[in-house]
Design a binder for this molecule. Structure first.
Ligand code: 13P
Ligand code: SF4
Length: 370
């Protein structure tokens, strides 16, 4: 696969420091005491009712924010279903616990609703690593390619795309485009792009971004862990490096990993994704054991330790504060939002069409460079 000419640092590593995402880690809220936790939860339950609001949480955020979302009629899910749920729910306010692109997507799909985030500065290394201007110039250099971007991007990058995908529908969308002879320009995750290219055989020119969480999984150490747990099945998110994916028994998005763990009859699983997903994995599979895949090897630095610092910025206190004060509102320029909405709507229509049994080819015809 050809790589883009540009690679972007996220936050410059500090020499000798163990972690180069220190600004995000510094914003991670302290764990509340049991009494504080209960008080915050009841305050949030009351505010959700008073503000006609619903919680939309990602699987990687703190278990408190996952459980409270479900308990109060909201959702905990992957980024695709978060977008769909927020669009379809009648509440006037959506409280999105996750990272900024998820809040922006919710706002783009529901401009009439108020979208709040416990900390709207929570971002994503993929979003940071794909600045819109440079990306647009990259697209301009390759007008013969259909532009497919990952959901983990800014509204401005989405506005430049023909198609948006999440990891749960990327293979289907690119596979259908490839079957129609399209050449793809892909951004921003190089590992996911490489995985899709290997699986579909599509001609893909890729941006050079990475997720700081999944990029850290180590194949050599994973092999040692597999030797120590010979009966365990290995579940891997496709943002991981190719040698890690090669060791997987199942590769999938967060919801794909959950489905695989429920489907497979093994007792033990090694999981290469953000540790936030372990909460749901363990709740849904009480008889099964889930082991974190290794992120540290010889000479490794730990940027994430398998947990996204930006996801970790979401907490109960922040959520209560933004519901109370209206701070933390996500704004997207209206004209930009209209342009960014086009590929998001296509993705939602594509996945809805697939669910109805429509052929994938019929769902991509006529969209993007021929
Ligand atoms: P999903 O689309 O699988 O929820 O993943 C989002 C994400 O940020 C993965 O790191
Ligand atoms: Fe971005 Fe990775 Fe965090 Fe997901 S886990 S939000 S891809 S940095």
């Amino acid at each position: 696969m050809t790589s883009a000419v540009i690679s972007v640092d996220y936050e410059q590593p500090v020499s000798g420091a163990a972690c180069d995402t220190r600004h995000a880690w510094a914003r991670v809220p302290a764990e509340p005491s049991p009494d504080e936790r209960e008080a915050l939860k009841s305050r949030i339950r009351r505010l959700l009712r008073e503000r006609n609001a619903v919680m939309v949480s990602h699987y990687y955020v703190h278990p408190d924010l996952q459980d409270l979302a479900e308990e109060t009629g909201g959702i905990v899910s992957d980024s695709l279903e978060m977008a769909r749920f927020g669009r379809d729910h009648p509440a006037r306010t959506l409280v999105v616990s996750g990272v900024r692109f998820m809040g922006e997507t919710a706002k783009i799909l529901s401009p009439e609703k108020r979208v709040l985030m416990p900390d709207p500065d929570a971002t994503c290394s993929l979003d940071l690593g794909c600045p819109a201007e440079a990306f647009s110039a990259f697209c301009d250099q390759h007008p013969d390619r259909t532009v497919v971007v990952y959901a983990n991007t800014s509204a401005a990058v989405k506005a430049r795309a023909d198609w948006l995908v999440t990891s749960s529908c990327a293979l289907d969308v690119v596979g259908a485009l490839h079957a129609q002879g399209r050449k793809i320009l892909w951004a921003p995750d190089r590992h996911l792009g490489d995985y899709i290219r290997r699986e579909t055989g599509a001609d893909m020119l890729s941006w050079d971004g990475a997720c700081i969480v999944h990029d850290e999984f180590k194949a050599l150490e994973l092999e040692l862990l597999i030797e120590a747990h010979p009966g365990a099945k290995v579940l891997v998110h496709p943002e991981s490096p190719a040698p890690v994916i090669a060791l997987a028994d199942a590769v999938g998005s967060t919801s794909g990993i959950l489905a695989a763990a429920q489907r497979m009859d093994a007792r033990e699983f090694i999981v290469a994704t953000d540790t936030g997903l372990l909460h749901k994995l363990r709740t849904l599979n009480p008889g099964k054991t889930f082991i974190e895949a290794p992120t540290a090897g010889n000479g490794a630095t730990c940027k994430s330790c398998a947990h996204c610092p930006w996801m970790a910025m979401n907490g109960l206190a922040g959520l209560a504060r933004v519901l109370e004060t209206g701070e933390g509102e996500v704004h997207v320029d209206a004209a930009l939002g209209l342009r960014a909405r086009v590929p998001i709507d296509r993705m939602l229509a594509f996945t809805a069409g697939l669910k109805k049994g429509l052929p994938a080819g019929s769902l991509v015809t006529g969209i993007g460079a021929a």
